[in-house]
Design a protein around this ligand. Structure first.
Ligand code: SF4
Length: 457
């Protein structure tokens, strides 16, 4: 194992201590609005307290800085006048950069710079991690925290607000706007031990009372995923796990601070280690918490499915993507049709509600593969959810789309992502197949109708 970053030790020490006396400097964090249409019944995945933002804001609090979280997702909160008023007095301002944030970031960073010219503006999140150059060139932000940001944030705030007089060049894991262009600093290693993270502090959210009232949180027992699917928008690549002892303590802490009784488990692949996963499920069960999980179809067993059911799992979401082996292989999904069938059957036998996620238009898609998808969705024992392929920046399909000229203007593409209503019936398509767009749309519409019929009332 590589040596841990020295800031991991700082993070671990912070986690075990109360926050120091409040410094007279304030960090503001802004969450952009989103045009996405939520999955029915899962609205809070878009409107709820994002796990990543909660973690970053918790670290700011633990360091003792004043904190202001400006959540622009509720209608009306995205207005520039509102955001600027909320940010008054902040010494440093960070904006989250998600796949659909570009247009907001362009406009809002310019507005903030004009209103508060002396304040350092930083970006963080998956979009800027995927395209740091473009995001810093095209917005008015000064710098960005790339990838998993907790460790970088500590050093960054120390440098920006502390004794280093604002020199960020030695801070690992950053992109900096300089007079000679955008420069990347040395890369920041990932956190090796997730137990170093402080417990998520939900009081950082302006709507903390609503979170308590709803009793729903988004948490995880792992970060990352061992796989490398061509279309997957994940910017924290390698898999790490929290110890079960730590997870139990975190659940107990969240019970005390939020009284939650439902968790969306954000683990990308909950069943990466089934034995450990069942240990985590037992912890939730003992705390009276119901939950949903994402899992891979590979490695599903009757024992695992029965364990989930017994511990209060309300549903298991499988990224099936396609029902054609050629498409799965071409996109490095590393699953088989047999494994898909088996996982769905096992879930049904255990009485678990399975949801199958599909993507229309993956590279290698043919009319035959679309027909297979339609037929399987029609008869399969699961609730389907279908979307068009989106070549998200940072993915292999995005690189391919740029290389082959299917995305000609990256900036324009990001603007489109900022307004597209993901999950919409007539969403935009970047056609990565050799098929006619009309044919893809025709199948998509038919499959969409099927999904609506199978959606529980
Ligand atoms: S699609 Fe799922 S399995 Fe593939 S890389 Fe992403 S999280 Fe991992």
């Amino acid at each position: 194992m590589n040596q841990a970053d020295p800031y991991e030790n700082v993070l671990r020490l912070l986690s075990g201590q109360p926050a120091p006396a409040r410094k007279d400097q304030t960090v503001a964090l802004v969450i952009p609005p989103s045009p996405q249409i939520p999955t029915p019944g899962r609205e809070f995945l878009i409107t709820g307290p994002f796990e990543g933002l909660t973690s970053i804001a918790t670290v700011v609090r633990k360091l003792g800085y004043g904190l202001k979280v400006v959540d622009c997702r509720p209608a009306g909160n995205e207005r520039a006048a509102h955001v600027l008023a909320e940010l008054k007095g902040a010494d440093i301002i960070g904006l989250a950069a998600y796949c659909d944030s570009f247009a907001f970031l362009e406009e809002m960073t310019a507005g903030i710079k004009q209103a508060y010219p002396g304040v350092t503006l930083f970006l963080g999140g998956p979009l800027v991690t995927s395209l740091p150059q473009l995001l810093l060139e095209k917005t008015s932000a000064d710098c960005a925290l790339l990838g998993e940001a907790e460790l970088t944030l500590i050093e960054f705030l120390e440098a920006a607000l502390g004794k280093r007089g604002g020199d960020l060049s030695a801070v690992k894991g950053m992109a900096l706007k300089t007079p000679s262009g955008v420069k990347l600093t040395a890369p920041r290693p990932q956190i090796q031990n997730l137990d170093s993270l402080p417990f998520p502090d939900y009081t950082v959210w302006p709507n903390y009372r609503d979170i308590v009232k709803n009793g729903q949180v988004i948490i995880s027992t792992t970060r990352g995923c061992p796989c490398a699917c061509t279309f997957c928008y994940k910017t924290i690549p390698s898999l790490r796990t929290k110890s079960l002892g730590r997870f139990a303590d975190e659940v107990a802490y969240l019970k005390r601070t939020t009284g939650f009784d439902y968790a969306w488990l954000n683990d990308l692949t909950f069943n990466a280690d089934p034995k450990r996963a069942l240990g985590a499920a037992d912890i939730l069960c003992r705390s009276g918490v119901k939950y949903h999980v994402f899992a891979r179809v590979t490695g599903m067993t009757d024992e695992f499915a029965a364990g989930l059911k017994r511990t209060g799992c309300l549903g298991i979401w499988f990224g099936i993507e396609s029902y054609d082996q050629g498409v799965l292989d071409r996109n490095r999904k590393n699953t088989t049709i047999a494994a898909i069938n088996r996982a769905v059957e096992i879930s049904a036998r255990a009485g678990l509600q399975a949801r199958g996620l599909f993507i229309v238009g993956l590279p290698g898609e043919t009319e035959d593969s679309l027909k297979k998808m339609y037929d399987y969705i029609k008869t399969g024992d699961f609730i389907p959810l279908v979307k068009y392929l989106v070549p998200f920046p940072g993915t292999a399909v995005y690189e391919d789309a740029v290389k082959t000229g299917r995305i000609k203007d990256a900036e324009e593409f990001l603007r489109k992502l900022s307004v597209r209503r993901a999950g919409d019936f007539d969403d935009e398509i970047v056609n990565m197949t050799g098929l006619d767009e009309a044919l893809i749309r025709g199948y998509f519409h038919d499959i969409w109708e099927l999904t609506r019929k199978k959606e529980p009332a």
